[in-house]
Design a protein around this ligand. Structure first.
Ligand code: G1P
Length: 286
């Protein structure tokens, strides 16, 4: 059971970033100088995944263009001797395989996953929610694959959050079985009150293919959408599911404040920007 495939749901409307996302997919908003979705994709690639399945929708063709080869641009950069830039854009499209499928109606995250069934073909696979940017020494998904190799069951990324924030997440009830690893006993999507714990699901999942049967049984939940969390709860009836507290710093780049924080902290890590940007920030005298 080697994990080769990664699913990236990217069909959402990005309403939290209007008006910026009226004509540009949210996934293409730049974080420093790379579109949001590229961070998750690079994490997948660095974790050894080779087949990227992107679930798109209306108005998302810029994502396909971004990961395609740009012949004209490559010729131009070659002619101008811009080798570094050339290498950079070739890296974007090279080495991995892409497949695209369209979610025709915004019926929720669970629905987006369910339409990849034929592309997944009965094997365990990874899911990346591109809004969650995880800055980590060892890519978060690589850490999760290690856990999967031990437990051979679905693995959800979790992080401790203040209970006051629990209503923004799927929240698990777990039994600690090893440092940072929990057996999931129950889970609930965006609990209004009394969350079962402070362990919130972050947008990285390894799922066994039985999730597709569970998704078929899942009825609309929070917000009238087919929720992945509800499907995992159904999966729990027949299989063990684990949660893993990964090492790394996570930003919710799907939220304006989180997006700004991610920009600032990732820019401060760039050697070419670090010093001047730091000076600028210090000069703000907040
Ligand atoms: C989704 C999931 C939720 C999870 C969150 C992590 O919610 O439904 O369970 O905690 O991602 O970012 P969304 O933020 O897309 O509403």
């Amino acid at each position: 059971m080697i994990i080769k495939k990664a699913v990236f749901p990217a069909a959402g409307f990005g309403t939290r970033f209007l008006p910026a996302t009226k004509a540009i997919p949210k996934e293409m908003l730049p974080l420093v100088d790379k579109p949001l979705i590229q961070y998750a994709l690079e994490e997948a690639k660095d974790s050894g995944l080779q087949e990227m399945i992107i679930v798109t929708g209306m108005g998302k063709t810029a994502i396909e263009d971004h990961f395609d080869t740009s012949f004209e641009l490559e010729i131009l950069l070659k002619e101008r001797g811009k080798d570094e830039l050339l290498k950079m854009i070739q890296n974007v499209s090279g080495l991995v395989h892409f497949a695209y499928t369209r979610q025709k109606k915004p019926l929720g995250l669970g629905h987006a996953i369910s339409i990849t069934k034929n592309l997944i073909n009965n094997e365990p696979f990874a899911v990346f929610l591109g809004d969650d940017i995880i800055d980590a020494k060892v890519p978060a998904m690589k850490q999760m694959i290690r856990v999967f190799n031990e437990c051979r069951s679905s693995v959800l990324a979790v992080q401790k959050v203040p209970k006051s924030q629990a209503h923004l997440y799927g929240v698990i009830k777990g039994k600690k079985v090893a440092p940072g690893i929990y057996r999931v006993l129950d889970l609930v999507e965006k609990p209004k009150e009394n969350p079962p714990s402070n362990l919130a699901i972050i947008g990285r999942y390894i799922l066994t293919p039985e999730i597709f049967n569970a998704l078929e049984k899942t009825t609309p939940g929070k917000g009238g959408e087919i929720q992945l969390t509800d499907a995992i709860k159904i999966l729990l009836r027949t299989q063990e599911v684990y949660a893993y507290e990964f090492d790394g710093c996570r930003y919710d780049a799907g939220d304006k404040l989180g997006f700004l924080m991610a920009n600032v902290s990732l820019a401060l890590k760039r050697p070419e920007l670090r010093n001047d940007f730091r000076k600028f920030l210090k000069g703000l005298k907040l």
